[in-house]
Design a protein around this ligand. Sequence first.
Ligand SMILES: *Cc1c(COP(=O)(O)O)cnc(C)c1O
Length: 384
Amino acid sequence: MFPVSTADRRAMRSWVEVNLDALERNINRVRAHIPDHVHYIAVVKADAYGHGLSAVVSRMLKSGIDAFGVANVQEGIRIREQGIALPILILSPVLPDEISSLGEYQLMPFISCRDEWERLQCWARSHEKVISVHLKIDTGMGRVGFWYEDLAKQDLKRYFSDPWVRVEGLATHFSCASSDKAYTELQRSRFQNSLRCCGVDASSPMWIHESSSFALPENWQKSLCNAVRIGALPYGVGPDVQIPFIQSLALEPVLSFYSRVSLIKTLPAGVPVGYDATAMTHRPTRIAVLSAGYADGISTSASNVAKALIHGQRFQILGRVAMDQTILDITDATMSIQVGDRVTWIGRDGEDEITANEFCRWSKHIIRECLYSISARVQRVYIG
Ligand SMILES: *Cc1c(COP(=O)(O)O)cnc(C)c1O
């Protein structure tokens, strides 16, 4: 997509490589796992989970996805400005001053209460522009959505025939998709009951969706759902717990994260290393100072524990990760290490590989947080 020459890459202090072919293969694997009639809403919030919105969205179009989901209107506008006409769902509540953008750019928000509805209706009527929405039902996440026990009182059906605000979907969201199967099933059954309570059945033209990446239904026949909102999966990352259907998809890693060795030197035994002297050398120690710190996405929680690869060998961080620099202990290197050599934080190098999940355990981050925390200072390079 944006070819970067070897020489250009040598001048990069830190960079992320995004393998768009792997992304496309992963989407095809996920697609093959869900029935044909189910709409695939590709969630690309937060700059496509840190992979870069524009390149990811362009490639996803080739994989036959049906809609996009983003966090806010700014992200939605960025997609529209790429000339993309697919439906775009806004997943977080919309501020009153953002409503005009919904109409102007044809973005679909979730609606969670009467107030939100009335603000939209007021704008739509006065500008004579229809706004499409999905109604969200809170089945136990405790965040956005109409609380499921209040549906009868709220009489959601009255929203279905409004000429200015058009309901095109109904949705809920699971709070414990990868951590509590029983609770997820409880939310699922509350949602299916809510749909019945709203008079929705399999013949409805609305998009009905509940599942995100880690909680796709095992039995589609029993479900009224005809759409899924998939975020993390195509980036080849799973939850920390093993989930059989995710393992069966055999997803490939998409993102690799690299830096450079920027300085090599030897410290004597018995001296402190780095800010606040959180580590001491126990022997004459050869260190490599790397060209990345917490401002690039190496969490300070990784201090003195995380490892990185140089020439396929693992080395541990020594001392505290600083804003722009991190120190590795390379005393035991079996190969010669030079200034300018590539360092792998996430990805394969020779026989060894550090997965995004491993990197995020050291960072004490959840997987999506960890991908997103690789900062804008880190250049994105696209291959495939
Ligand atoms: C982020 C998000 C998703 C996607 O979640 P993944 O677990 O990353 O697939 C789906 N729905 C909503 C409402 C979200 O905010």
